[in-house]
Design a protein around this ligand. Structure first.
Ligand SMILES: [Zn+2]
Length: 720
């Protein structure tokens, strides 16, 4: 029994891997197996090495029968555990649950991977039908009274069972999961909860479907090439290709899922910028079938009711109970402390930008759609740094092999060998086998880096196969991103942001690949939200680390290293725009927390008014810094598992900067440091209380000081 989670970057649109529930007996008998036999590629574990998914054999129509059969099989297995006449033991209950549901696990992992990264109408239909059923299935397990009775019995006598620490942690994990899911509720409240969960799963799926369509439709389209002045020839070529792909005339700039759009940094026409920004800002508020406002207002209301039903003042209080922060108050206190330094820095950045505008007799007041292009000019003026100068040094394969892989080699001794013999679901994907320093095989690493119209936005990592000693499985992980596809014949050149994203997702991949635990439920990235972004954000630090940077930042044509003066400029500019970036992130995170601390008694909200009020209340209503996501397209919180959890990105920034400080204090990029971190943190999954695990490795509680220092937000730290 394992709820596979997909890890998103801050700019990711999400796959709704809905988590759901029903009592076993209440679950309607399903005609399972009718379409499911040995011909179905999910019928038996994959015969490929590592049990890698046989993507070449899987057809769209294989998923649904396999998912139905997988749920039926797991229900049967779990029912047998619940009905076992022998007294409950750790082995016959807890371990038995860990071993259950393997078919469902196989099909879910492959399905949500493909439905997120390479979807089509058939898969979308399967998802809309199966998402609520999966939700109900999960409920059926966690709300089963007999099963809970067994878990509770074991939990109560856990100290007398002489279990090893990981097994003890697993007992507590299951007990908490059951209680968290409502196992202690009365029968009528359980029925109510099931209804809420099913409606929530349906709404969440509806939100994702609407948003994908809304984002596609809100692309900026023009037949007037002059409107695109400022874009490079390659970008214009790509816009023309995008138009061709959609069979429209002219040029198309597809939207990324964040509020700000990458092209806003280059477009010289203010009219075009404003139009593109408006398309982004209003994408899901057009009053048409893809308008998400009613859906999110209803989701917020139902979640508040769910929090109350489970005995909490609001949804966030329930959601944070098993997180490192533990309460919304703790998360808010942390965020509120960041607001003054972040907004003060943003205000000073805005002044610099306004000065550039005025210096050119612009005659207008800085607006969000002006920020990126003028900030770039400030950067050029202040640091003389031009992103276009930098890109030729960031060729994708070079960054991957000589940067990302190289850092992992220096720290952990890993080596990588490309494998062309594993099937993939889309052209351009690559597969690497990963080896330990002693030559033993560790894992498979897949990457799917280029943007496609049928791929959710942003970047993420997920597991095709989870590591578990109990199940005898080794990790198979994937990194997905949306890097711009170069025009035919052109090299794939990354932006600095893309480079950081690649290191970020690979940090998640390391967390998954280093997993070395007995039980799948505690393995790898199966940790709290406000911990899971720590290994990934920590890994970003190595992108700029001199020994790593010098190793990959080489010109794609000549192989020449990046000139020293350009490197020096990048370094000086490192904390550039951090006021803006921290503020937009804070605004989104505070919005999320405000939506999810609404009490059940609150009336249904009008999203626009709610948003305005929430931003004012948290002192984040800055006209020139819009939230990174507006409520109506905040996919993390409505379409995925990050509800009341977006603060986790900031929380884990505190952890990652604090951890990097430890490396700095202990000699930086060394095998000794890497191995210690692997052994004490990255391999441990959720086998120990995460705060204790962190403190044991760090030797102290995490501090906010390194975060303020590395981001240039500390009082008195200058932007140089
Ligand atoms: Zn991440």
């Amino acid at each position: 029994m394992l709820l596979t989670i997909t890890l998103l970057t801050m700019n990711t649109l999400v796959v709704a891997a809905a988590v759901v529930v029903m009592t076993l007996s209440a679950f309607p008998a399903m005609a399972s197996g009718a379409d499911f036999g040995p011909d179905n590629p999910f019928f038996a574990p994959s015969s490929l090495p590592f049990q890698a998914p046989p993507f070449d054999k899987i057809k769209d129509e294989d998923y649904q029968p396999a998912m139905e059969a997988g749920m039926a099989e797991e229900r049967k297995e779990v029912q047998a555990i619940a009905d076992d006449p022998t007294p409950p033991t750790f082995e016959n209950s807890i371990v038995a649950m860990e071993k259950s549901g393997q078919l469902l696990r196989r099909v879910r992992a492959a399905f949500f991977a493909v439905a997120g990264a390479n979807t089509n109408p058939a898969l979308q239909k399967v998802r809309s039908i199966e998402a609520p059923k999966l939700a109900a299935h999960q409920d059926a397990i966690y709300l089963d009274a007999k099963l809970f009775q067994r878990v509770a019995t074991i939990y109560k006598k856990r100290d007398s069972l002489k279990l090893d620490p990981e097994s003890l942690r697993l007992v507590k994990y299951y007990y908490d999961e059951f209680v968290h899911a409502g196992a202690n509720l009365s029968d009528s409240d359980k029925t109510e909860l099931k209804k809420l969960n099913e409606e929530l799963a349906t709404l969440s799926n509806a939100f994702s479907t609407k948003l994908l369509a809304a984002t596609k439709e809100a692309a900026y389209v023009t037949t007037d090439q002059a409107a695109l002045a400022g874009l490079s020839d390659a970008q214009i070529k790509a816009a023309a290709e995008a138009a061709k792909g959609r069979k429209v005339e002219g040029f198309v700039l597809p939207l990324q899922n964040t509020t700000q759009q990458p092209d806003l940094v280059s477009l010289s026409s203010r009219v075009t910028r404003q139009a593109l920004f408006a398309n982004s800002w209003e994408r899901a508020e057009r009053g048409d079938a893809n308008d998400t406002r009613d859906t999110i207002a209803r989701i917020a209301q139902l979640r508040a009711q769910k929090g109350k039903l489970l005995g909490y003042p609001n949804f966030a209080a329930w959601k944070l109970e098993d997180q490192m922060a533990k309460t919304p108050e703790a998360a808010l206190k942390f965020m509120n402390a960041l607001v003054p330094p972040a907004t003060a820095r943003a205000a000073s950045e805005a002044q610099d930008i306004q000065a550039v505008i005025d210096g050119k007799n612009g005659g207008f007041k800085l607006q969000p759609w002006d920020w990126d292009i003028y900030a770039e000019q400030v950067r050029k003026a202040k640091y003389d740094l031009d992103e276009e100068q930098v890109k030729p040094y960031f060729e994708l394969d070079n960054v991957l092999q000589n940067g990302v892989f190289f850092a992992a080699n220096q720290l952990y001794g890993l080596t990588f060998k490309e494998r062309k013999d594993f099937p993939v679901y889309a052209a351009g994907m690559r597969v690497f086998e990963v080896f330990n320093a002693d030559g033993s095989s560790l894992a498979l690493f897949y990457c799917d880096y280029f943007k496609r119209d049928n791929k959710q936005g942003g970047a993420w990592m997920s597991n095709y196969v989870d590591q578990s000693k109990l199940l005898g499985t080794r990790p198979v992980v994937v990194n997905v991103a949306n890097f711009s596809m170069p025009a035919p014949g052109e090299p794939a050149l990354l932006t600095s942001d893309d480079v950081r994203t690649m290191f970020h997702e690979f940090g998640h991949a390391l967390h998954g690949m280093f997993a070395n635990t007995e039980y799948p439920s505690l393995s790898g990235t199966e940790t709290a939200r406000d911990f899971v972004e720590f290994p990934s954000q920590f890994n970003e630090h190595w992108a700029a680390y001199p020994a790593v940077f010098q190793h990959y930042a080489k010109h794609y044509k000549t192989g020449a290293p990046m000139p020293a003066e350009l490197v020096a400029k990048i370094k000086r500019a490192a904390t550039f725009n951090q006021g803006y970036e921290t503020t937009e992130l804070l605004a989104a995170a505070e919005l999320d927390m405000m939506w999810h601390t609404l009490p059940a008694s609150a009336p249904i909200q009008k999203p626009d008014a709610f948003e305005t009020e929430a931003l004012q209340q948290t002192h984040l209503a800055l006209s020139y810094v819009p939230p990174r996501y507006r409520s109506s397209y905040f996919s993390h919180i409505w379409g995925s598992g990050y509800a009341a959890g977006y603060y986790a990105y900031l929380w884990t920034q505190m952890l990652d900067d604090d951890a990097y400080q430890w490396f700095e204090d202990h000699g930086g990029l060394t095998r000794a440091n890497g191995d210690r971190f692997r052994n004490m943190v990255l391999s441990r999954g959720n086998t120990e209380d995460l705060e204790k695990l962190y403190v044991a490795w760090r030797g102290a509680q995490p501090s906010i000081e390194p975060m303020l220092k590395y981001r240039g937000l500390a009082p008195g730290s200058s932007s140089k």
